[in-house]
Design a protein. Structure first.
Length: 72
């Protein structure tokens, strides 16, 4: 937890791992502006595996540019 005394998820280090087959753009350290909900990452990952939701928890959008565009 970012601060276990209040059970929050602020300033929490997250590691997202995947390979080329997932389309995940690796080799980066991404810092988001204060107040970005962790649920945005969850919503983005759910969308990537085919679970389409309008929202998840306190999300306010998906994370852009986490994955490379898929070319068919």
């Amino acid at each position: 937890m970012g601060n276990p005394s209040v059970h929050d998820h602020e300033n929490l280090p997250i590691l997202v791992a995947g390979g080329a087959a997932s389309g995940l753009r690796g080799g980066r350290h991404i810092t988001f502006k204060d107040g970005t909900p962790l649920a945005n990452l969850h919503l983005t990952l759910l969308d990537r595996v085919g679970v389409r939701l309008d929202g998840f928890g306190d999300s306010n959008g998906k994370i852009e540019d986490l994955f490379d565009p898929v070319s068919l």
